[in-house]
Design a protein around this ligand. Structure first.
Ligand code: SAM
Length: 157
């Protein structure tokens, strides 16, 4: 089921999301709808995590893999070209989302069923209705240049 079109999260926003989610070295991050792999790459390269991207589109999955290979991050990362609904999330410490509110509503039962206690979900711009966020951050990359701000939601299971 296609949930959202490809729109990349700006790199400074990805970083802020991983900081807010308190991603630690050795933890496992899943980006559900991983696009060009930027969150997967940053999680492994800058936070020392093991990261997994799940991406339905073949061209984007290939692009992410190319980016990963160029940075020699293949041992710490994985790109799975599958529908989010067909991937088990029980090993995730952090789930990264940039979908839509209605898409979040669709994957919510899966997150509730599979995520372990202590796992964090960080969502760019779209909340998970019915869940109480542990943090909400309005993050602006560059207010002086009039960049729009991004609302970042963190949830703890
Ligand atoms: C808004 S983009 C976010 C990309 C990336 N997470 C980021 O923040 O830069 C959403 C991505 O989800 C992918 N997608 C949509 N539905 C999906 C599904 N059911 N399973 C896997 N990927 C999906 C799209 O192809 C797209 O690349």
């Amino acid at each position: 089921m296609f949930l959202a079109p490809f729109v990349a999260t700006p790199t400074p926003v990805v970083r802020q999301m991983l900081v807010l989610a308190d991603l630690k070295p050795g933890e496992v991050l899943y980006d559900l709808g991983s696009g060009d792999g930027r969150a997967v790459i940053m999680a492994a390269k800058d936070f020392g995590a093991k990261s997994v991207g799940v991406e339905l589109r073949e061209d984007l999955a290939k692009r992410a893999l190319n980016n990963i290979q160029e940075l020699s991050l293949t041992e710490k990362t994985q790109i799975i070209q599958k529908d989010i609904f067909n991937v088990n999330l029980s090993s995730a410490n952090v789930v990264f989302l940039y979908l839509t509110t209605s898409a979040n509503e669709k994957i919510k039962p899966k997150l509730e069923a599979e995520l372990k206690s202590g796992a964090r979900v960080v969502s760019h711009d779209y909340e998970i209705l019915g869940w109480k966020p542990s943090k909400i951050d309005n993050f602006c990359e560059n207010p002086k240049l009039g960049y729009p701000s991004h609302t970042l939601y963190v949830y703890k299971r």
